[in-house]
Design a binder for this molecule. Structure first.
Ligand code: SF4
Ligand code: FE2
Length: 641
């Protein structure tokens, strides 16, 4: 009954699933099956555990309870649950941003051992913040910027500074009218939990407005702040070439996987792997090989050209190769199940953040000041494990795929400037206007063992490319595209002829046969880069972001982050597709507000913001819904399709 080909289209993962199965090792794919059928109340969002009068749930049929013990209706319960789900999505990014800001401050003060590599980015942010630069050293400016960033967690009035730095004026106008502008991230997170608490906000509309405030917190003090300050610390990504698939794990090397999201941790692992490479040779290995999983992979791929082993759903399978000496994890998307799998091998699972530990794993603590000690200790732990490797259990699927990454907005502008130096965005806008690029769709988010891994991500991308829609990608979805050649110039075979020509022209101007059909723009927090690109295009054309022929999609969403990021784009007026439903179908009001066109209800995000949520499991059908929405926006701009 076990068919690996039903679970993933990644043949390397299929091979390892069979290995795991024969060794009696359980993975997320098995556990997801064990949970079937999923609780229908949970799927619909109508169960409430918010107090001890409950738990309560609302029945679907004629019979049964229509209200919770307190009188809460399905609309109220679903809206409250959605609000806390969005808080769950946004908060890890807000913490991510705060930790980067804190590290930048200590780096500038000479306490934390990080060199400030992104001076251009630092100057730009400092000028945008209105700081004077004359006579100040890099560290002095960095300290001022870090302090202003940290103040963005304190503001009691006004608007979060990072929103003012990045948002399009027309979007701000809409948000101001609706009174949903966030003051500071911590305050708004507390406010959201307060709204959702027992006996507090029970107005579904007011709760949904709270969702949109939280979406803006996610967008600005989560995504943008994280990306900006990571670029200051580690440099803004540039075009790089690397390899994808389990085959990047090398049998004759000491292999260290970095998994999670926080670049301060993964960058130090790479730095110390390089420093201690000779010690691996002394053990008889060829050296130390760092490989990436999830967004730690994206951060290192974009800035260091580190290769990527796999994405979310198959994180445990990287250990099943029997070739990982260590897996280093920090925050977000780390399956607790990793430890049980690691115990079947010589692999040491190492957690790093003081407040995020894994039961049973080792822990080497990160703090900005002690980052070097952490890096060295982790690499030494991996070296010590190398001699414990069991060669009988070693099996690394063969083959890797070449991929390009590093499409920061700065890099995109540089690439385009080879065609038009004075006005780099002009050739891009010309192609959009002429329909050579019909539109742009961002494919973002996760893989999820409930969906055949990589299948929906790649099918959606190919169908859109065929219709001359350019793809930009982040997160684990970008990894799906990378594994199947869509981040490589060869991938233009999937493009319609018009898009293929544009990509060839842009590529040739930059010494490549073509640009890849999907542009890898980074990690999940780097959805900020996609936002920056949209704002730049809208400003250049003189329209709002909501008017652009663009859309977003998360075909295989797993994390609440996919929903908090998705609602951030909806707030800007961008349509967002999801391939698995959000838990909202139990409330006609909430479902219609997010997914409806107009309907019988008072409000929809489509009317208020200009974008909506589109739920469609079939990626080909989803592509065509997105195409229709793109064409509708083109028509409104007076463009042919
Ligand atoms: Fe039930 Fe209301 Fe308590 Fe929720 S808050 S568990 S609906 S009584
Ligand atoms: Fe991520």
């Amino acid at each position: 009954t076990f068919l690996a080909t039903d679970l993933t289209i990644d043949t390397g993962v299929q091979e390892l699933l069979l290995k795991a199965n024969s060794e009696g090792i359980e993975t997320a794919f098995d556990r997801a099956k064990q949970q079937e059928p999923h609780c229908k109340f949970g799927l619909a969002g109508v169960c409430c555990r918010r107090c001890m009068m409950g738990p309560c749930r609302i029945s679907f049929g004629e019979k049964g309870a229509k209200r919770g013990g307190c009188g809460a209706t399905a609309d109220q319960i679903v809206a409250r649950n959605l609000l806390t789900l969005i808080v769950d999505g946004a908060t890890p990014h807000v913490e991510h941003a705060r930790e980067v800001a804190h590290t930048l401050l200590e780096a500038a003060e000479g306490i934390a051992p990080y060199e400030i590599k992104g001076k251009d980015k630092l100057w730009k942010i400092a000028l945008d913040l209105g700081l004077t630069l004359e006579g100040k050293s890099t560290n002095e400016v960095a300290k001022e910027v870090a302090l202003i960033a940290l103040q963005d967690f304190q503001k009691q009035t006004g608007v979060a500074t990072w929103l003012s730095l990045h948002a399009h004026a027309k979007s701000v106008e809409t948000w101001e009218k609706l009174n949903i502008l966030p003051r500071n991230a911590h305050l708004e997170i507390a406010n959201a939990i307060n709204k959702a608490a027992m006996g507090c906000d029970s107005d579904p509309l007011n709760l949904l407005l709270g969702v949109m405030t939280m979406a803006l917190v996610e967008g600005y003090d989560g995504l943008h702040l994280s990306t900006d300050l990571s670029d200051v610390l580690f440099g803004t990504p540039k075009l790089v070439k690397a390899q994808y698939n389990m085959g990047v794990i090398k049998a004759d090397y000491v292999n260290i996987a970095v998994h999670g999201h926080i670049p301060m941790v993964s960058e130090k692992v790479v730095e110390w792997s390089r420093k201690l490479n000779g010690e691996a040779k002394a053990l008889g290995a060829q050296g130390i090989n760092v490989i990436g999983i999830c967004c730690s992979a994206n951060e290192l791929l974009m800035r260091q050209g580190v290769s990527v082993a796999t994405n979310f759903a198959s994180q445990e399978l990287a250990i099943v190769t029997g070739a990982l000496e260590a897996m280093v994890v920090d925050a977000q998307c780390i399956m607790p199940g990793l430890q049980k799998v690691a115990e079947c091998y010589h692999t040491e699972l190492i957690s790093t953040l003081p407040n995020i530990k894994i039961e049973g794993s080792s822990h080497v603590e990160f703090s900005p000041a002690k980052a070097d000690q952490m890096g060295e200790e982790i690499v030494r732990k991996a070296l010590a494990r190398y001699t414990e490797r069991d060669m009988v259990k070693l099996q690394i699927p063969k083959g890797t795929v070449e991929a390009y990454a590093g499409f920061s907005v700065e890099q995109i502008v540089e690439v385009l400037s080879k065609i038009n130096q004075e006005d780099p965005l002009q050739p891009f806008i010309q192609a959009l206007t002429d329909g050579d690029i019909l539109g742009v769709v961002a494919i973002v988010g996760c893989t999820n063992p409930r969906v055949k891994q990589d299948w929906a991500n790649t099918e959606l991308a190919k169908e859109l490319l065929k219709h001359n829609v350019l793809i930009v990608a982040t997160g684990c979805s970008a990894h799906s595209l990378g594994k199947f050649g869509l981040l490589s110039p060869e991938g233009i075979e999937y493009c319609g002829p018009k898009l293929a020509n544009v990509l060839k022209t842009m590529g040739e101007a930059n010494g490549l046969t073509s640009l890849p059909p999907a542009w890898h723009m980074g990690s999940c927090v780097d959805n900020s880069r996609i936002d920056d690109l949209l704002v730049a295009l809208a400003n250049r054309v003189g329209v709002g972001v909501r008017d652009l022929p663009v859309a977003g999609s998360s075909p295989e969403p797993q994390s609440p982050k996919a929903l908090s990021i998705g609602t951030f784009f909806i707030a800007q007026g961008v349509d967002v597709h999801i391939g698995l439903n959000a838990p909202i179908s139990g409330s006609p009001f909430v479902e219609n507000a997010l997914t409806g066109d107009k309907g019988d209800f008072a409000v929809t995000t489509d009317e208020l913001f200009g974008g909506k949520l589109i739920y469609e499991e079939d990626p080909i059908k989803a592509a065509h819904v997105l195409l229709q929405r793109i064409i509708k926006k083109r028509t409104a701009l007076g463009l042919q399709s």
